[in-house]
Structure formats: C-alpha cells, structure tokens
Design a protein around this ligand. Sequence first.
Ligand code: 5GP
Ligand code: ZN
Length: 103
Amino acid sequence: MSCIFCKIINKQELSGILYENNKFIVIKDINPKAPVHLLIIPKKHIPSVKEIGQEDKELLGELILVAKEFAEQKGLKGYKLIINVGREDGQIIDHLHLHLLAQ
Ligand code: 5GP
Ligand code: ZN
C-alpha cells in the first residue's frame, strides 16, 4: 500500500498524530494554508468522495463530529471544513480527508 495517509495511520511514517480513535486520526497539514490547518482522516481507505457509498454514511457523520469536537477543544470560534474532490479540483492525496482551517 503506497498511500501516505495509510502509512501515517499504520505508524509506518512519523507524523505527530494529534488525536486518534478507532476510526480516525487528526494530524497537522504539512503545508498549512492557515494558522490552524488540520486534517481529519478516516482510517478506512476511501480514495475520495466519488467512492463513498451508503455503507459510509455513519463514518461521514462522525468525520464532521470529530472536526467539531476538535474545533471546540481548541476554542475556535469559526472555521472552514473542506473536502477536495478529484485531481481536477485540487485533491492530491487519494485517501478521503477533511481539512479544518482557522485563523
Ligand atoms: P488534498 O489536496 O488532497 O485535499 O490535501 C492533501 C493535504 O495533505 C495537503 O494540504 C498537503 O499539504 C497535505 N499532506 C500531504 N502529504 C502530507 C504528509 O505526509 N503529512 C502531512 N501531515 N500532510 C500532508
Ligand atoms: Zn490510504
């Protein structure tokens, strides 16, 4: 498996995981585009939103909840949640992830 996020999840790559539970990890983006730029990453390897299915409904709800709880814990008043979909619109890592950006 050559996916960089799977390697981080499997601890084959050092990354400074900020939070982990049985379904997700949270890491800092290596190339931050805002003072706070985190990535919430499901452990399940789903290449992109294009590949999600009915079976992922619960996981996707939990993805937003993890982001919300993390933002609350960091005391963020407002933030952006972004998912890039497809190479054509800026997705460079083919493992579904949610960007959390804040000032
Ligand atoms: P995408 O464009 O696929 O939505 O976002 C991928 C993000 O992952 C980019 O913002 C990029 O800076 C970040 N990234 C790529 N490789 C690594 C890595 O090895 N470690 C971390 N922490 N972030 C990465
Ligand atoms: Zn992966």
